[in-house]
Design a binder for this molecule. Structure first.
Ligand code: GLN
Length: 284
C-alpha cells in the first residue's frame, strides 16, 4: 500500500472514533512507524510501505481509536525541549508543568540541591538539572515502576550533548512522600496528584482510562498531598529554601494559605500560558 493511502485510512478511522486531532495523530503515528519526517509524507506520498509497517500502523490506529494517549503509543513526549520516555507507569509530561519548571529556573543557582517530590517520569527534575550546572537532584516517588522510567530518562538526558559540566547522578528514592527522605535541600518542587476523586470521572478518556490514577487522584478534596507535603517541607528545606508546587486552576488560595500557616512567606502564585493559576511558590 502507498504512504498516502495508509494516511487516509488512518485519518478516517480516527475521525470516526471521535479523536479530535485525527489528522495530526494519524500523521504522527505514520511518521513514527515509517521513521519519516513531516515533509516525506507530502513529497513522497506515492512511496510503498512494507507490510510490517502497515500492520504496525493499523495496530497504532486501533489503539488511538480506543483513546490510548498518543504519547503512550509513541513512547515519548517532549518537555522543556527535551524528549522523555513515557509509559502508563507515569503521568505524561504536560505543557502546564513547564510553567512550574520555568519558575523554579528563575530561582535556581548552580550547585543547588533539588528535591522533586512525586517525580513520575522525572521530567521536572531532569530538565532542571539539564538547564543548570552542578546541581544535585533527588527524585522521590511511591511507584517503583515510575522510578524505572525516571532512571531511563536520566540516562537519556545525561547522554545528550551539552556544553556544560556533566549532570550529577540523581538520587532516586522509592518512598511514600517524605517517609524515606533525609536531609535538607535548597529547593523542593512537586507536581503531586491534585484532582479531587469525584472529578476524575469528568476527565478526558485518554487521562481517566489510561494514565495512572495514583498520579492524578488528590483524594476527597484534591488537597491531600499538599497538606502532607507542606506539613513536612520545612524540615527538609535549608534556611531560605524554596517550595514550588503545581496546583489545579482553583487551588491557589487554599494552598497558599497552607504554606503561610506552616511558616512560609513571600508566597507567589504564577499563571500558566492559558492564564490559569498553576504554581504556588513560597520561601522559608
Ligand atoms: N494537570 C493534570 C491533568 O489535568 C493533573 C496533574 C496532577 O494531578 N498532578 O490531567
Amino acid at each position: 500500500m502507498k504512504y498516502n493511502e495508509l494516511y487516509e485510512i488512518g485519518k478516517n478511522k480516527l475521525k470516526a472514533a471521535g479523536i479530535e486531532e485525527y489528522e495530526l495523530d494519524a500523521r504522527l503515528l505514520l511518521e513514527s512507524v515509517c521513521t519519516t519526517k513531516r515533509h516525506d509524507l507530502l513529497v513522497n506520498g506515492e512511496r510503498e510501505v512494507t507490510t510490517g509497517q502497515e500492520q504496525d500502523y493499523v495496530n497504532h490506529i486501533l489503539k488511538r481509536g480506543n483513546h490510548v494517549p498518543l504519547q503512550y503509543i509513541l513512547g515519548e513526549q517532549e518537555f522543556m525541549g527535551l524528549n522523555f520516555t513515557v509509559t502508563p507507569a507515569a503521568l505524561i509530561p504536560r505543557q502546564d508543568t513547564e510553567t512550574l519548571v520555568e519558575e523554579v529556573k528563575r530561582h535556581l543557582y548552580d550547585g543547588m540541591t533539588i528535591l522533586d517530590m512525586c517525580t513520575g517520569t522525572g521530567c521536572i527534575l531532569l530538565s532542571l538539572l539539564y538547564y543548570s550546572n552542578n546541581c544535585q537532584g533527588t527524585g522521590v516517588d511511591i511507584s517503583a515502576e515510575a522510578l524505572k522510567i525516571a532512571a531511563r530518562n536520566e540516562e537519556r538526558i545525561t547522554s545528550l550533548p551539552r556544553n556544560a559540566p556533566p549532570i550529577k547522578k540523581v538520587n532516586w528514592i522509592e518512598s511514600d512522600l517524605f517517609a524515606k527522605v533525609s536531609g535538607r535541600f535548597d529547593i523542593i518542587v512537586a507536581n503531586p496528584p491534585y484532582i479531587p476523586t469525584k472529578t476524575i470521572d469528568e476527565l478526558m478518556p485518554e487521562v481517566r482510562q489510561y494514565e495512572p490514577l495514583l498520579a492524578l487522584d488528590g483524594k476527597k478534596d484534591g488537597l491531600y498531598f499538599y497538606r502532607k507535603i507542606i506539613d513536612r517541607a520545612s524540615q527538609h528545606l535549608n534556611k531560605g529554601g524554596m517550595l514550588f508546587l503545581e496546583i489545579g486552576f482553583d487551588q491557589a488560595e487554599v494552598v497558599a494559605n497552607m504554606t503561610a500557616e506552616k511558616g512560609f512567606y513571600d508566597t507567589n502564585v504564577i499563571k500558566d500560558l492559558a492564564g490559569n493559576d498553576r504554581v504556588v511558590c513560597s520561601l522559608l
